[in-house]
Design a protein around this ligand. Sequence first.
Ligand SMILES: Nc1ncnc2c1ncn2[C@@H]1O[C@H](COP(=O)(O)OP(=O)(O)OP(=O)(O)O)[C@@H](O)[C@H]1O
Length: 288
Amino acid sequence: MRLLFRIGFLDISLVNVIDIALVSILIYQVYKLMRGSVAIKIFLGFLSIYLIYLVVSAARMELLTIILGQFMGVGVLAAIILFQQEIRKFLLIVGKSSIFSNENLWQELLFWRKRESIAFNVTPIIEASKTLSGSSTGALIVISRNSELKFYAESGDIIDAVVSKRLLVSIFNKYSPLHDGSVIIYNGRVKAARCILPVTEREVPAQFGLRHRAAIGMSEATDTLVLIISEETGQVSLAKNGKILHNLSFQEVRELINKYLMGEEIEDKFDIIGQVGKIQAQTKTTEV
Ligand SMILES: Nc1ncnc2c1ncn2[C@@H]1O[C@H](COP(=O)(O)OP(=O)(O)OP(=O)(O)O)[C@@H](O)[C@H]1O
């Protein structure tokens, strides 16, 4: 016996309701996993085309249905190729039993979990940068305002501790087993260390080594602000949206991080600071 509800002229069974709820949860989880990466744009593009396809086929618009149907057929294959990394990581996360034993899972699934503010006290990051820069210790710190960056965090070691100067300095200490790779900071917490970031594939000036290339690559791929401390020169740089600003003062770093965390678009600020810096403090903006 099927339990039926009537909404307007539509008869919906309990199974349909569960089906729709599960699909919604699945789409939301996929969205959460991809949030912050370029893949999300491709995913949303596919989703939009699929929704249009459903509408035109329901409206019996045959020509459009055939064209979009062909596209969807190839699209599935294209999606597997385009998202191979994401699919692999998604399956890995699903396979990890910890996700099911996580006490917050049901709250997250049902969207109950309260969103915490993303702005936090950045003084520990600035203080740690001063120490690291002073001792010419290389560092790479990804600051994220809208996502935990699970993909990237899981490429390293999960830490999930409150940001402190001592913690950051210890991580990047040359003798620490965690010093290689990058740290990810989200919502005032060091989420992970030793993370591997995507290296930019664009031509970059020869002065940029792998650390800077990884910072630029990460800033291209995600909506993050990446702080770099050069091991060679001790200079502090920030990368955002494929642009890098170097030789910044700590005051400039503090201001830019704060503005970014407050949700301001700071890309154009990079150029302004770059121009001022060229005259005043040999700060350079390089768009690569
Ligand atoms: N893909 C990556 N993701 C995260 N960290 C990386 C990546 N590639 C390199 N690194 C980090 O950068 C370090 C190497 O930096 P390298 O000396 O090549 O960079 P650089 O840009 O010249 O910076 P520096 O001025 O500090 O020498 C590695 O030891 C590692 O910690």
